[in-house]
Design a protein around this ligand. Structure first.
Ligand code: MG
Length: 348
C-alpha cells in the first residue's frame, strides 16, 4: 500500500524513535487527535513527563501511571535482557514521579517459532525483578505473530503507583538555584549495546547499567527539597536536561569535567562519531534539588549501591532560560543541544 503513495509523501524514519526532537514530533502526531488529554489537574500527555497522574476525588492521593514498549536487539545483551529492561523502565519511570510502582501489566508479542527456553529466561528476568521489588503482575496479554512478520519478541508494560497530591515532582518544576545531580556514569546501556552489535573489543567489560531504582529512590524518604527527577533513557542526558530547561523555564549550567562518562563509553563514541551526552542509560537518575536539601540527598543516594558515584554536575539558573549550557574545563561555554534523532534503532 505504501509503495503506491507519492514518493514525496512523508514517512516515519528510524530517527523518529531515537528520543530526540523527531521523536517528540512523532509523539505529538500520534496523540494530536486525542481530545481529552489529562484527568482534572493531573499530569497528562502534553507534559512529556516520565509518567502521568490521575488525581483521585475525595482523596489526598493520585495514581501515577506509565507505559513503555520494548524492542531491543539483541534480546540478551551484556548486563541484562528485555525482561529486566521492561520491568526496570516502567518501575523507574514511576519512581521518577516520586511514587512506588505497585502493579504492572505485561503484553508479550512473540514470533512463531521462538524457543520456549528463551521465553522462559526472559519472563523469569521480568517476573523476578517485579517480585524482588514487591510489584504485582496483575494483567497482560500475549500475541503470536506469523514467522517473519516480527523479529523474535517485543514487550509492552504499563505500571501504576500512588503518591500524595502535595508531592509535586515534575519536569516543569525545576527552580533557579537547584543543584543538578546525577547518580552515576552515563550512557553505559546504549554504549554496551552498540559495542556488542558492532563487535567492538574494548579489552574491558562494559555492561548495560540496567537496574531498578525503586529502592534507591525510596531511601530519599519524604522527597523534601526534590523538585524534579528523570531517568536519562533514550536521548540521554542532553534530551532530559533540555526538557527540564524548556518546561521549567530555567537555564541549566553544567560543568563538563563533573559529568561522569566512562572511558570505554567515550572510546565507543569516538570510534562511531556519537555524542556521549545523547546515549541512553537504564539505571541512572537525574535530580533537581534545592540548596538546603542537597547534602542530605547526596548522602542518601551515595549510601546506596546504585548511587555510590552520585555527583553534582551543575545548577539551574534564571539566565539563559530554556537552554542547557556546558562549561568546558578550559573555560569555554557551549550549548548542549537536544539530539535531533540519531538513527540507532532498538536500544530499549
Ligand atoms: Mg523516564
Amino acid at each position: 500500500m505504501q509503495d503506491q503513495k507519492d514518493s514525496d509523501e512523508k514517512v516515519v524514519l528510524l530517527s523518529h524513535g531515537a528520543g530526540g526532537i523527531l521523536q517528540e514530533e512523532l509523539i505529538k502526531f500520534v496523540t494530536s487527535s486525542a481530545t481529552v488529554r489529562k484527568v482534572g489537574e493531573g499530569i497528562g500527555i502534553d507534559a512529556f513527563d516520565d509518567g502521568a497522574t490521575v488525581p483521585l476525588t475525595d482523596s489526598d492521593y493520585e495514581i501515577v501511571m506509565s507505559a513503555d514498549g520494548h524492542t531491543i536487539h539483541p534480546l540478551f545483551f551484556p548486563g541484562g535482557d528485555i525482561g529486566l529492561l521492561s520491568a526496570a523502565s516502567t518501575i523507574n519511570d514511576i519512581a521518577m514521579m516520586g511514587a512506588k510502582c505497585i502493579a504492572i501489566s505485561s503484553t508479550v508479542f512473540v514470533e512463531e517459532g521462538f524457543w520456549f527456553s528463551e521465553l522462559e529466561k526472559i519472563m523469569k528476568s521480568f517476573n523476578d525483578a517485579l517480585g524482588s521489588n514487591g510489584v504485582a503482575l496483575v494483567c497482560g496479554d500475549t500475541k503470536v505473530i506469523p514467522k517473519g512478520q516480527l523479529d523474535q519478541l517485543m514487550m509492552s508494560t504499563t505500571g501504576i503507583g500512588f503518591r500524595p497530591k502535595n508531592r509535586y515532582i515534575a519536569d516543569n518544576n525545576v527552580k533557579p538555584g537547584d543543584n543538578i545531580i546525577v547518580t552515576g556514569p552515563l550512557g553505559d546501556h546504549e554504549a554496551a549495546l552498540i559495542a556488542n552489535r558492532h563487535g567492538i573489543d574494548l579489552k574491558t567489560e562494559l555492561t548495560s547499567d540496567v537496574a531498578i531504582l525503586l529502592d534507591m529512590i525510596e531511601s530519599l524518604g519524604d522527597f523534601e527539597g526534590i523538585h524534579a527527577m528523570k531517568d536519562p533513557t533514550r536521548g540521554g542526558l542532553a534530551s532530559a536536561l533540555n526538557q527540564w530547561a524548556q518546561q521549567s523555564n530555567v537555564g541549566i549550567s553544567l560543568n563538563e569535567k563533573e559529568i561522569p562518562i566512562r572511558t570505554e563509553v567515550r572510546s565507543i563514541c569516538d570510534i562511531l562519531g556519537l555524542n556521549p551526552y545523547h546515549l541512553a542509560s537504564e539505571g541512572k537518575a537525574l535530580l533537581a534539588v534545592d540548596a538546603e536539601h542537597t547534602q542530605s540527598v547526596l548522602e542518601a543516594l551515595r549510601s546506596h549501591q546504585l548511587g555510590k558515584d552520585t555527583i553534582i554536575v551543575g545548577v539551574a539558573q534564571e539566565e539563559n532560560s530554556g537552554m542547557v549550557l556546558i562549561k568546558s574545563e578550559y573555560g569555554g561555554t557551549k550549548f548542549m543541544d537536544s539530539p535531533y534523532g540519531e538513527p540507532i534503532p532498538r536500544v530499549c
